[in-house]
Design a protein around this ligand. Structure first.
Ligand SMILES: *[C@@H]1O[C@H](CO)[C@@H](O)[C@H](O)[C@H]1NC(C)=O
Ligand SMILES: *[C@@H]1O[C@H](CO)[C@@H](O)[C@H](O)[C@H]1NC(C)=O
Length: 348
C-alpha cells in the first residue's frame, strides 16, 4: 500500500512536470497581464467592453479558465477599455486600465487611465466585483497601458502617452509619474509626468501603406530581479509582425529623471522567423515557487506586414508564456518565442 502510494506520487509528479505548449489560451487575449496569487494564476486582457479575470489552471494552462467579468461600465460612460492590469497595492486589489470617456472610437483621442477597486488582497482577485474609483489625476494628455510598480519605496505609474502638443496619434512615448493615494486610500493621484523614452531606433517604427511613419513605445511592464531593474516595453506596430519588446533599464538613482533610464539599442524579444509573430505587450510573473521568472506576452500564428487592410494583425493575438533567464551580468536574456506546439518544461 505504502509502495503503491509512493509510486502514484512519483507518477503524478512525473506527469505534472512534463511539459506545456504555447499558446496557453484558446481565445483571443491581447495585452495579457498575468498575476500570481496563492499558487493560482489570474489573467486579465483587453476585451474592449468590460474587465474580465480568467482563473487559469496554471501559468502554462489557461485553456478552460473560470472567467468572471468584474466590471462593466454603466452605459454611456466608458468605451474601448484597453489593457487592464491587476495589482496588489496597499493590501487591496486594484485594476488599472485605459478607456475613452467619449464614444469616439474613430479618433481614440480620449483614452486616459482609470482605476477600479476590488477585494482585499487576502482574498482571490476574482472573489468579488470591482467598483469604479477614479481617473488617474495629473495626466492631462492621452494615456494608455499604465503599469504600476514600487521602486525605492515609492509607487510609480509608467504609461504610453502622446508627446506634449502632438495629437497626430502617430507617436507614443513612455512617461513616468509618482502615484499617491486619494482620500479613500486608492492609488489614483498622479503628479507631473516626465518623459523617459521615445522611439529612437528603426525597430521601434513602422511605415504604413500610405507612407506615414508610426513611432511607438507602449505596453510597459516592470521587471525587478537580483539587482536588475527595468521596463520591458513594446515597439513598432501592434498590428504588424514587427511588434517587438525592448528594454529600458533603470541605471540611475531617481526614477523621475529621464537620464536614469537607458534604452538598449537592439530589440530584446521579437517574432520567431517561423512564428509565432508580433510578440509584445508582456507581463512578468514567476513560477508558483517563486524561483523562475516567466514572461507572458501575446503573439499571432500568422505573419502580417501591417499593411493589410482592416488590420487583421489585431485578430488572433493569443497569450504565450516562456521562462526568462539572466546572464552572468544579471541582465535578462532575450530572443524569440518557442514555436507553437513545441513542448517545453513546465514551471518549477
Ligand atoms: C457581481 O455582479 C454581478 C452582476 O451584477 C452580481 O450578479 C453578483 O452578485 C455580484 N457579486 C459578486 C460577489 O459576484
Ligand atoms: C508598408 O507599405 C509602405 C508603403 O508602400 C512600405 O514603405 C512599407 O515597407 C510596408 N511595410 C511592410 C512591413 O511591408
Amino acid at each position: 500500500m505504502k509502495f503503491l502510494s509512493l509510486l502514484l506520487t512519483l507518477l503524478t509528479a512525473a506527469v505534472c512536470a512534463v511539459a506545456y505548449t504555447n499558446p496557453v489560451v484558446d481565445a483571443s487575449t491581447p495585452d495579457p497581464w498575468m498575476q500570481l496569487w496563492n499558487g493560482n494564476y489570474y489573467l486579465t486582457f483587453t476585451t474592449g467592453g468590460d474587465v474580465t479575470i480568467y482563473r487559469c489552471s496554471s501559468l502554462t494552462n489557461c485553456h478552460s479558465p473560470a472567467s468572471k467579468s468584474v466590471f462593466t461600465p454603466a452605459s454611456n460612460t466608458l468605451y474601448a477599455l484597453w489593457a487592464p492590469e491587476l495589482h496588489d497595492v496597499n493590501g487591496n486589489w486594484y485594476i488599472f486600465f485605459a478607456a475613452q470617456d467619449h464614444n469616439d472610437n474613430s479618433d481614440n483621442q480620449n483614452h486616459h487611465m482609470y482605476v477600479l477597486k476590488g477585494p482585499a488582497s487576502t482574498a482571490a482577485p476574482d472573489s468579488d466585483n470591482y467598483s469604479f474609483v477614479a481617473k488617474v489625476s495629473g495626466i492631462s494628455a492621452w494615456a494608455i497601458d499604465g503599469t504600476v510598480f514600487t521602486l525605492n519605496n515609492q509607487l510609480y505609474m509608467v504609461y504610453s502617452g502622446w508627446p506634449a502638443g502632438d495629437t497626430s496619434s502617430l507617436n507614443q512615448h513612455l512617461f513616468i509619474t509618482q502615484l499617491s493615494n486619494d482620500a479613500s486610500g486608492a492609488p489614483t493621484v498622479g503628479g507631473s509626468a516626465v518623459e523617459i523614452a521615445a522611439p529612437q531606433y528603426d525597430w521601434e517604427t513602422f511605415t504604413d501603406s500610405g507612407g506615414t511613419k508610426h513611432a511607438i513605445n507602449e505596453g510597459p511592464a516592470f521587471l525587478s530581479r537580483n539587482g536588475f531593474n527595468g521596463i520591458l516595453f513594446s515597439g513598432c506596430a501592434s498590428w504588424s509582425s514587427c511588434y517587438s519588446i525592448g528594454v529600458l533599464e533603470f541605471t540611475g538613482s531617481d526614477p523621475m529623471s529621464a537620464s536614469s533610464w537607458t534604452k538598449w539599442s537592439d530589440r530584446w524579444w521579437q517574432s520567431n522567423p517561423n512564428g509565432p509573430y508580433g510578440t509584445g505587450h508582456c507581463s512578468m510573473t514567476t513560477s508558483a515557487d517563486g524561483t523562475q521568472d516567466w514572461m507572458v506576452f501575446h503573439a499571432t500564428s500568422t505573419s502580417y506586414t501591417g499593411n493589410e487592410s482592416g488590420t487583421p494583425g489585431w485578430n488572433g493575438r493569443l497569450a504565450r508564456t516562456q521562462i526568462i533567464s539572466f546572464d552572468s551580468n544579471g541582465k535578462p536574456v532575450g530572443g524569440w518565442p518557442i514555436a507553437d506546439g513545441s513542448t517545453q518544461g513546465d514551471p518549477a
